[in-house]
Design a protein around this ligand. Structure first.
Ligand code: FES
Ligand SMILES: [Fe+2]
Length: 322
C-alpha cells in the first residue's frame, strides 16, 4: 500500500525520509517516533510503550493513486471524490514499452513547453529528427480545453506562402489524431506512427528541477527483437532529449510564468495555450493530480513537489494568437 506524507517530523523537524519503514509505519531517525499510514503518531519511545501521545503529533498525508505504473498525488485539500486520472485511452492495452527517467535542472513549465514547441526541431535536432531543413511551420492547429492540449502540425521547407488558416487546418485535422497531446497537468504523448509513441510524465521535483519519465511504446512483440529495439530506442531518445536539454537549460527566466516578456509567434500557439491554462490554474485554489513518480523509482530520495492546480473552470481557452 502506497502512502505519501510530508517529510518533516512534527517533533523536531527531522526528515522522515532518512528513517526506516517498520511494520507499515515510518520510524523517525532522530528519536524513533513512529507514524502510521494515516500520519498518526503511534509510538513515542521516550514516553514508553503506553505513554501519552500529544494531540497534533501528526504528519500530513496526501491521497495517492496508481495508474499504468504511475503514481499520482493529490496536492490539494482532501475531497470526497477526485477527478479522473489523466491517461491516453489508446495506450491502455496492446503495447510494449520501455522507460527511462532523467532529471533536468529546469522548471517544469519550460520542460513541458519544449515538448509543445513545433518550431525548434530543425534547429535543435538538426542532426537527428530535424534533418532536412523543414523550418516552415504550417499551423500548428491547436485544440485546448480544461484537461488537454492537442496539436496538429506540418513542418516543411519554406513553401513561400503563408501558413494555412486555422479553419483550413481544422479541416485537414478532422478525423486525424493529434501529433502532440498533453493531458494536463503534465502527461504528454507524441504520435510517431500508428505503432510507435513516446510518452513523457513530467514530475516537478522543485523550482529548479524536473524529472522526466520517458516511455517508448511500441508493438514489436517478439521478445528477442523487442529487447534490442528498446535498447536502441533508449539510446536515440536520450540523444534527442539531450539536444533539447542543452538549450532548454539556458532559458531565462526559469519559470515561464515569469516570462511575460517572451514574444511568441504563430508557431508557438500550443505554448500560448499552455501558458493560459497555467495562469488560470495558478490563480485557482483548486488542486491538481500529478504524476508523482514512477513506481519503479519510488524508493528514491527526493519527493516531488506540488504541481499547480487544475481549475475546473478552464474550459473554452482560446489562443491569444487567434
Ligand atoms: S524529530 Fe522525529 S522523532 Fe524527534
Ligand atoms: Fe525537441
Amino acid at each position: 500500500m502506497l502512502h505519501a506524507q510530508d517529510e518533516r517530523c512534527p517533533h523536531l523537524g527531522a526528515a522522515l525520509s532518512k528513517g526506516r519503514i517498520a511494520a507499515d509505519r515510518i520510524v523517525c531517525p532522530f528519536h524513533g517516533f513512529e507514524y502510521d499510514g494515516a500520519g498518526h503518531c503511534r509510538l513515542i519511545p521516550a514516553n514508553g510503550k503506553d505513554g501519552r501521545i500529544p494531540a497534533g503529533m501528526q504528519v500530513r498525508t496526501y491521497p495517492v493513486r496508481e495508474l499504468q505504473g504511475l503514481v499520482f498525488l493529490w496536492w490539494g485539500p482532501e475531497r470526497d471524490t477526485y477527478p479522473e486520472l489523466p491517461f491516453f485511452e489508446d495506450l491502455l492495452s496492446g503495447w510494449r514499452m520501455s522507460t527511462m527517467a532523467v532529471d533536468w535542472p529546469v522548471h517544469y513549465t519550460r520542460a513541458i513547453e519544449n515538448q509543445l514547441d513545433v518550431a525548434h526541431i530543425p534547429f535543435v535536432h538538426k542532426s537527428t529528427i530535424g534533418a532536412g531543413g523543414r523550418e516552415f511551420v504550417d499551423g500548428p492547429y491547436v485544440v485546448a480545453d480544461d484537461s488537454s492540449i492537442r496539436v496538429w502540425t506540418t513542418n516543411s521547407v519554406d513553401p513561400e506562402r503563408p501558413s494555412r488558416s486555422q479553419a483550413e487546418l481544422a479541416e485537414s485535422a478532422a478525423g486525424r489524431p493529434p501529433i502532440l497531446h498533453l493531458q494536463l497537468p503534465g502527461l504528454w504523448m507524441l504520435l510517431i506512427s500508428p505503432t510507435f509513441r513516446n510518452l513523457i510524465a513530467f514530475v516537478p521535483i522543485n523550482e529548479q528541477k524536473t524529472r522526466y519519465y520517458l516511455r517508448a511504446y511500441h508493438q514489436v512483440r517478439n521478445p528477442l527483437l523487442a529487447r534490442p529495439f528498446e535498447f536502441l530506442l533508449g539510446l536515440s531518445n536520450r540523444f534527442i532529449l539531450n539536444q533539447d536539454r542543452r538549450v532548454v537549460v539556458t532559458q531565462r527566466p526559469l519559470r515561464s510564468a515569469d516570462a511575460g516578456h517572451d514574444r511568441l509567434i504563430g508557431a508557438d500557439r500550443a505554448i500560448a495555450q499552455y501558458r493560459r491554462w497555467h495562469a488560470r490554474a495558478l490563480g485557482s485554489s483548486a488542486p491538481a493530480l500529478q504524476p508523482a513518480r514512477e513506481q519503479a523509482q519510488k524508493g528514491q530520495e527526493e519527493s516531488p513537489v506540488a504541481f499547480p492546480g487544475i481549475t475546473e473552470d478552464v474550459a473554452d481557452i482560446r489562443s491569444p494568437l487567434e
